[in-house]
Design a protein around this ligand. Structure first.
Ligand code: TRP
Length: 329
């Protein structure tokens, strides 16, 4: 009997993961897999909500995402990494939940609104508007207790919690209401100072970036615009580099803050300290990545095993759900 509580978390296979993902949730996932039974979903169906015209990119992205996970230390012996479209029960649950979720709840969801704006949508597909419903299916198919995600996703997880409560009210206690867990850094700013790090804004440091790329990117990062000479005292609170020090160089960050405020350190040296800490974190991941990149059949096996386990759990949940809904013919 497995007594461990469950985690469900995951990502869309739309781009490689960056250091914002690491601080926002990956770091937590790596820590928590010892204590919890962890399911990690590669949500390719959800990626289709924005990539339906270009589905061909997803296959390679699924593979790359799995490599990102393994490289940072998600261990397939402790975590089940699986593909959303391979689990039919997730699609079935999505249909059942969609019968009682109100359109207004989705329409007013802050994450949906922000993302729709980002993509420049003037109208929404049924699937895009409904992705919080399919995400509720992602989370509940294995009766997850905990969902470690980045801050942007909080309103979406709130929809899951509402769906669970409504299901249980309508059909009797069946589903588990999950808790959310935020990472050490709720939101990492981009290299350009934009409030969000993302591939599409071209302001991200990827986990797969080479040593030299990190040095180059950090050198270009936006600092206090008023500090035009070394002698001028800096204001760390408006500096992107300081923001990263607080997350990736915790031990030295107070000291760096003081030195910057007193003009005792210049931006160039401060950036060097940051790229050193980032490389210290990322070098072992880079080595792991090289190992996995040479072993595509191992990646395939990890995903097959994960899918197998997810289908078993999905079948159990679906049977409870159908019984509760009295459609267990
Ligand atoms: N929506 C998440 C994102 O864009 C990815 C995701 C899909 C997810 N299903 C999930 C996250 C279930 C947590 C739980 O990052």
């Amino acid at each position: 009997m497995n007594q461990r509580k469950r985690i469900l978390t995951g990502d869309r296979p739309t781009s490689r993961l960056h250091i914002g993902h690491y601080a926002g949730s990956l770091e937590n996932r790596v820590k928590l897999q010892d204590e919890y039974e962890q399911f990690v979903i590669i949500s390719d169906v959800q990626a289709l909500t924005t990539h339906f015209e270009n589905p061909g990119v997803l296959k390679q992205n699924v593979h790359d995402l799995c490599i990102d996970y393994l490289s940072v230390g998600i261990d397939p012996l402790k975590s089940h990494v699986f593909i959303q479209s391979s689990i039919p029960q997730i699609a079935e649950l999505t249909v059942f939940y969609s019968m009682f979720v109100m359109v207004n709840l989705l329409r007013h969801n802050p994450t949906i609104k922000t993302e729709a704006k980002q993509y420049g949508y003037t109208d929404l597909t049924y699937g895009f508007l409904g992705y919080p419903v399919s995400q509720a299916a992602d989370i509940t198919f294995c009766m997850a207790d905990l969902v470690p995600v980045g801050e942007d996703q909080l309103p979406v997880i709130e929809v899951t919690r509402k769906i669970v409560r409504k299901f249980n009210m309508l059909y009797g206690p069946t589903l588990k209401e999950p808790d959310t867990l935020l990472g050490s850094c709720p939101r990492l700013v981009g290299l350009d100072g934009n409030s969000k790090m993302s591939k599409s804004l071209n302001n991200a440091i990827f986990l797969s970036d080479e040593h030299s790329a990190i040095v180059e990117k950090v050198n270009k990062a936006v600092t206090d615009p008023n500090r035009i000479t070394l002698k001028i005292k800096g204001n760390p609170s408006v500096c992107t580099v300081y923001h990263y020090h607080q997350v990736f160089n915790k031990e030295e960050s107070d000291n760096i803050c003081e030195m910057c405020k007193n003009a005792a350190i210049g931006c160039t040296s401060c950036k060097k300290l940051l790229s050193d800490s980032l490389n210290h974190l990322l070098t072992p991941f880079r080595e792991q990545r090289k190992y996995y990149e040479k072993r595509p059949s191992f990646i395939k096996e990890v995903l097959e095993e994960g899918n197998k386990k997810a289908k078993i759990e999905g079948a159990k949940t679906l049977s409870f759900v159908k019984t509760a809904m009295k459609i267990d013919y």
